[in-house]
Structure formats: structure tokens, C-alpha cells
Design a protein. Sequence first.
Length: 296
Amino acid sequence: MKKVSLFLFAIAALAAGCAGNGNTDSSQGSSDTSNKNNEPVKIVAVGSTALQPLVDSAAVKFQEANPNYEISVQGGGSGTGLSQVSTGSVTIGNSDVFAEEKEGIVAADLVDHLVAVVGMAPVVHKEVGVTDITQDQLIDIFTGKVTNWKEVGGADQEILVVNRASGSGTRATFEQFGLNGEVGIQSQEQDSSGTVKKIVAETPGAISYLALSYLDDSLQALSLDGVEPSVETIQTNDWKIWSYQHAYTKGEPTPEVKVFLDYLLSDDVQKDIINDLGYIAITDMKVERAADGIVK
């Protein structure tokens, strides 16, 4: 009788073990971007307004699958993002530029997570009468040598230059690759890409620059020397005004933060959200650019 009881106990144990293995396999096959720990997690991402729409959209979708996460995405410019993540004030510092390019930032303290590529284009009010100019003309406009649109084949309308603030990564990228290192004239400055878009769309004669993710029919994007700003021309560096989008953390991220950063590199974001918003996936680029601006 004792032998029969032991035999039945062994069978029951074996069955329980098989059931346990099945459950383990099932959990391993679930999404890598879901956090199994239900403890509350708060992430604050601050910085580049060019990157903001992407991180914001990804955060909304991520939180649907991970309701224990509270993710706040704010602008303020790349300089703000880098300085605040350096001091530990925020979880993630979003930036259009490498940390090495920002004075006062100790890049060695930060870990760079490349999220995407964004192209930038000069944009004008739709009634200036110009759709294509040379890069030299663009430089002359932003340095104040050309002050009326008729001087570059447009309407008889005074040019109003709208700049991003000095801490803006978008401005740094535009001046480095759009203006060949020239610094724009003193003009009104705005911290937000959204505000720049509104001003240019509503102000006759206005010109500024925006990430491609902000472009729509309310503005006229300018081509340069016959080259249009597009995904295809950016991928090959034929259109040179582009930058990597960086999500910096101070040191290695915690496991909870890494789950969200990994999600930004998932197919959900790289193949869907990025394309929908006008960004470019890192893996789709045909060139690489280093922090010193050298392309290979």
C-alpha cells in the first residue's frame, strides 16, 4: 500500500512540475517591453523639443501596457535636458546634440541611448514666394546680409528671422550644418518648436527652422540648392541638416528605466511611431556621424 502511495505522489509531483514549466515558457514569450513588477515607476524626460513628440507618443503607448508607470515628457531644449540629467534632477535628458558638444557637461558621467534621427529644414511663411534657395542665400538671410525676400526671388516683403534659444540643440545643428558654422543675427528667440511653428505660420515674411516632424501644410519648407529635405536625402547625407536624437541617463539606467528605453528601440516605436511622426530609424541610416561632425 505504501508503494502505491509513493507512486501516486511521484506522478502528482511530475504533473505539477510540467505545469510549472509551461507557465515559465509562457511568461518568457510575453512582450519584453512589459514590466512584470507592479511597483510604481516615475520617469521624467526633459529636453529637446524636436525629440519630444516621439518620446511623448511612445510614453502614451508604453503606459497603456504598463499602468504602473508615470512618464512625464517636457521640452525646454537640449541644453536644459543635458544639464538637468547631469545633476540628477530628471531621469532622462533628451538632446539633439552629443553631450560632448555642450560646454559645462561632463559627458563621461552620462550614458547615451540613441533613439532616432531627425532632419531639420528652414521653414517660411507660405506667402514669401520662395521654395528653393542656395545655401549661401540661406546664410546671408540668417546673418542679416539679405533682408527682403525679393533679393532671393520672392515677394517684396521684409524678412523676419525667428531663432531658437541659445541652448537649443536644433539651433546648434542648424547653425553647424545649415549655416556652415555661422551664427545667426540677433532676433527674437523661442524655446519651443511648437511656438516657432505657430509664429512662422502666422507672420508674413517669417523664416525659421524646424524638425521634419513639425512640418505640415501651414508652412513652406525650403529646399537648398535643389535638394529637398526628406527621409531619403537625409539617409544618404545629401541633406546635411540632421542630428541624432539622444536619450541620456546619468550613469547606467535602473532596470525599470531600461525597460522604457528598450521600448524606444522596439519595432513598435522604430517601425511605427517613428515613421508616422517623420523621424528616421537609426538602422535606416546609410551614413554615420561622429560627435565632431565627421560623416562616414
